[in-house]
Ligand binder design. Structure first.
Ligand code: F2R
Ligand code: MG
Ligand code: MG
Ligand code: MG
Length: 344
């Protein structure tokens, strides 16, 4: 395994941060106008205050700090950090269901930190995108693909017991993992993801959860095949992306969309200001889709940042994002941790 450059680690955390901060302005909007986006991009320099991050980054920060301070992985520490963070700062726009997990963890009545998540949604568990939106630290801490899958799953299961929820986290973590290697063609990037997800989705729980939700088996693999079909087609409309890939709050309707957005934005796209680089284009493209804009932009930003590196995030974008210095510092610490775990 080759050494991965520092610029990719800082790029991934910064890309995730700007995606969340910028995307949060439009979360829940059905339509985001091209005019609004152009005005936003061109007036960034005149803003008085940085844009605040939301639950996506709040939880990603807790995960990164836990990975750095309690290696290799400590689920009790992570559960404690998520809960403390939520009660210290509850108005970051958390999902309506996940707050019950924090309340139960805080109550002290649960000795197993995974039990509250299993009780969500009448025992079905959450399939929201909250496990995926915060997972970026895992692929930045572990170079081995089996560790990426293992820890993305466990970190997700603390809040998202449905396999649709934690498999979304696994897919996003794998996308960042492969993006870190750089220089992959779209075909081989998607080929790696599909081959890993075919194994992940073959287990009994993944099959029964998907069938129980009437999604058919291998729902993430099917969406990845749709991503490939759309990329082969070229100029697919926003409407078709939303109808077929989704822009919603479930992991299945947002993680594949983030992956598609990253890959599509390797080339220029109509409606996105021409002077923007590929990473900036990715974030703006996600916002133009509407719906769960902060979360789709944070996930796509994490992948694009790992691929293109921090050089594609200009100072003006960083300075308009709350907590960007932490992202720079933690990017360096994760880079050191990752390299210390590379096989001899
Ligand atoms: N929640 C938001 N945005 C709305 C902001 C409302 C907030 N009260 C405010 O204005 O301050 N954004 C954030 O939530 C998403 C991540 O959600 P997460 O962490 O997955 O939460 P949860 O509650 O587990 O799931 C989200 C919703 O998905 C539906 N759902 C999930 N599993 C379900 C199941 N098994 N059955 C039925 N529905 C299920 C529910 O509607 C959940 O509320 C991100 O967008 C983040 O930015
Ligand atoms: Mg959010
Ligand atoms: Mg959440
Ligand atoms: Mg969101």
């Amino acid at each position: 395994m080759a050494l991965v450059e520092l610029r990719r680690f800082r790029g991934s955390l910064l890309g995730a941060l700007v995606g969340d901060c910028f995307g949060s302005l439009c979360e829940g909007l059905e339509n985001v106008s091209v005019e609004w986006v152009h005005r936003f991009v061109h007036t960034l320099g005149g803003r008085a205050d940085a844009l605040m991050y939301t639950d996506d980054t709040a939880m990603a920060r807790s995960l990164v700090q836990s990975l750095l301070e309690k290696p290799p992985f400590d689920e009790k520490d992570l559960a404690q950090r998520f809960t403390t963070e939520y009660f210290n700062d509850p108005d970051r726009g958390y999902g309506l269901g996940v707050v019950h997990v924090f309340e139960k963890l805080q109550s002290g009545e649960y000795c197993n930190v995974f039990t509250p998540a299993k009780e969500q949604f009448n025992g079905k568990g959450s399939y929201g995108n909250g496990a995926a939106m915060r997972v970026v630290g895992v692929p930045l801490a572990f170079p081995c693909v089996q560790d990426v899958i293992k820890y993305a799953k466990i970190s997700g299961e603390l809040t998202h017991a449905s396999s649709l929820g934690y498999n979304g986290a696994i897919l996003l973590a794998l996308a960042v993992h492969y993006a870190l290697q750089g220089n992959l063609s779209r075909e081989s990037f998607l080929g790696h993801l599909l081959s890993n997800m075919q194994e992940v989705e073959a287990d009994e729980k993944s099959r029964s959860d998907a069938v129980g939700l009437e999604l058919g088996e291998f729902p993430y693999c099917n969406k990845l095949k749709k991503v490939k079909e759309f990329l082969d087609k070229g100029n697919v409309s926003c409407k078709d992306i939303i109808d077929e890939l989704g822009n919603g709050v479930s992991a299945l309707d947002s993680v594949p969309t983030a992956i598609y957005s990253f890959l599509r934005c390797l080339d220029p796209v109509d409606d996105v200001p021409k002077e923007l680089n590929s990473l900036q284009r990715t974030v703006i493209f996600c916002i133009l889709l509407g719906g769960d804009t902060d979360t789709i932009a944070t996930m796509a930003g994490a992948i694009a940042g790992a691929y293109h590196g921090e050089d594609q995030i200009p100072e003006i974008w960083r300075k308009n994002s709350e907590g960007y210095k932490d992202a720079e510092n933690w990017g360096k610490q994760l880079w050191e941790l990752y390299n210390s775990r590379l096989p001899e």
